[in-house]
Design a protein around this ligand. Structure first.
Ligand code: F6P
Length: 540
């Protein structure tokens, strides 16, 4: 079916409805309905979701839900959960939900139940991580492993490093966890500068085991190990791999018995709960990793079964469409009030922008509407002292997601009260603003008043959880995964491929050869690129 999104009745109704909505102010909406803060909020899977500070009414959601129905969202959700090949350009299912399915649940990929395989790999991971954590797995010289270095990039890095930071409170504090992703030599050098080879184990994480950056860093790691241990057999004790590519792993010199498998039906950016999470499991222990998975699963079940009007990922995804396509707001900020979640926005950048940064529909047509917005963010309160100025008084409107916890992991209640007071204050200030009259009433001179006025009417969601636990992290990640999927269904794009990364990779290979081999034939790039290459060759 060709996409006719902008001709759907619900799309047209939303366009008309937007004309009214853009004139309404959140301050007035709250005054008109004193119960708004409860009406547009609910709890599911242990997360409290307040979307009352959005520029919406009951009618807005009537049209948005109609749009979801007209786009076949319910069927598409079922297709994903039942293992249909929804990633059509790569001819495979997108079955990350199977990674957290409990034993006994049946999920078919290519006609085969994948849940038993998932649990077989989980048990192998648990056995390995237990042996590392209790010191049974020894390095080549018999020393205990104290340092784990994950080498990977994109989905093979961002999930592990984000989860380690997020769950550091639960981590084994007598071990070091480092992450090497960038092909810039500084990354490897800085990650290993104070480590002893005899106590270090590398997890080479790469779904394909061909990614240039990861392979180069893995080779550097192998040299680094051999420089001190001087015996090729040491590689087996100091390297394990996570991959789908067993021949590639074996060719590198890693014993295939020490390879942890993942599958084609897991996308890189949807893989932090697969064996790609091995470093996470070593850090927090297998029981906590299972808790993380149960959090993911709880949100999966919520997404799969809840009616749209009480479905958090559906509502979140539809709000993104509402702002992106009708108001023309082009970015979203994710603002966790938690230091532990400081890498969550970077993680979400890949999840959202690699999934939905596409101008071609599933049918191969150029879209005639906007797709995925730019996502960015930093933890509060730090962001308040940097870019919040623009969020409050800039000319761009940036819908924000505030994420906070009712209980801190750390003992100071005063710190936590202050942190949360800031979160609540920001969303209130953004929504209500401060009028000229209010500013003058405070005694501000007229000439200064315009600078101190806040227009308000700036939308935000607030997500509150009890504490940052492994379960909570799983729920939050799954919430965003399914929100991204909801958006992709509306925009009729494939959330699960990433052809947009290929051209740069191919050109980098060609230019890499030209840099290595300075006497290579005439440069045939555009004149800018030719000149940059020549200049680099001269000055390096
Ligand atoms: O280049 C993009 C990408 O393919 C991501 O989608 C993926 O997460 C990353 O590279 C790493 O891929 P791999 O795990 O195969 O090394």
């Amino acid at each position: 079916m060709k996409t006719l999104l902008t001709r759907l009745p619900a799309w047209k109704a939303l366009r008309a409805h937007h004309k009214k909505m853009r004139l309404l102010h959140l301050r007035d909406l709250f005054v008109a309905d004193p119960d708004r803060g409860r009406r547009f909020a609910f709890e599911a899977a242990g997360l409290y979701f307040d979307y009352s500070k959005h520029r919406i009414t009951v009618e807005t959601f009537k049209h948005l839900f109609a749009l979801a129905r007209e786009c076949g969202l319910r069927k598409k959700i079922n297709d994903m959960f039942s293992g249909r090949k929804i990633n059509i350009t790569e001819n495979r299912p997108a079955l990350h939900v199977a990674l957290r399915a409990p034993e006994g649940q049946r999920i078919l990929a290519f006609g085969r139940d994948v849940v038993p395989e998932v649990h077989r790999v989980l048990r192998k991971m648990a056995d390995f991580s237990d042996r590392i954590r209790c010191g049974k797995w020894k390095g080549h010289t018999g020393k205990r492993i104290r340092n784990i270095v994950n080498i990977g990039i994109g989905g093979s890095d961002l999930g592990p490093v984000m989860a380690y930071e997020a769950l550091r409170y639960y981590s084994e504090r007598n071990m070091n966890f480092r992450f090497v992703s960038n092909v810039d030599a500084a990354d490897f050098a800085e990650a290993t500068i104070d480590l002893d080879q005899e106590e270090t184990l590398f997890i080479v994480s790469s779904k394909t085991f061909t990614t240039h950056e990861t392979m180069m860093n893995a080779k550097t790691a192998r040299q680094w190990i051999l420089r001190k241990l001087k015996n090729r057999e040491a590689v087996a004790r100091h390297f394990v791999a996570v991959s789908t590519n067993q021949p590639g792993v074996a060719a590198f010199g890693i014993d295939p018995a020490n390879m942890f498998e993942l599958w084609d039906w897991v996308g890189g950016r949807y893989s932090m709960d697969s064996a790609i999470g091995l470093s996470t499991m070593v850090a927090i222990g297998h029981e906590n990793f299972y808790r993380l998975l149960s959090g993911f699963h709880a949100m999966d079940e919520h997404f799969r079964t809840a009616p749209f009007r009480r479905n958090m990922p559906v509502i979140m995804g539809l709000l993104t469409v509402w702002y992106n396509n009708f108001f023309g707001f082009r970015t979203t900020a994710v603002l966790p009030y938690s230091r532990h979640l400081r890498l969550f926005p970077s993680y979400l950048q890949q999840l959202t922008m690699e999934s939905n940064g596409k101008y071609v529909t599933i049918d191969g047509d150029r879209v005639n509407y906007e797709t995925g917005p730019v996502l960015w963010g930093e933890p509060g309160t730090n962001g308040q002292h940097s870019f919040y100025q623009l969020i409050h008084q800039g000319t761009k409107i940036i819908p924000c997601d505030f994420i906070g916890f009712c209980r801190s992991l750390h003992s100071s209640v005063t710190h936590h009260n202050t942190l949360m007071a800031n979160l609540f204050a920001q969303s209130e200030a953004l929504a209500s603003g401060k009028t000229f009259k209010e500013v003058i009433a405070e005694g501000t001179p007229g000439w200064l008043a315009p600078h101190r006025v806040f227009e308000g009417n700036r939308p935000s969601t607030t997500i509150l959880a009890d504490r940052l636990t492994p379960e909570t992290l799983g729920k939050l990640v799954a919430l965003y995964e399914h929100s991204v999927f909801t958006q992709g269904v509306i925009w009729h794009i494939n959330c699960f491929d990433q052809w947009g990364v290929e051209l740069g990779k191919a050109l980098a290979k060609r230019i890499g050869n030209e840099l290595e081999n300075a006497s290579s034939p005439r440069l045939t790039h555009d004149s800018s690129t030719n000149e940059l290459i020549r200049r680099y060759r001269r000055l390096r």
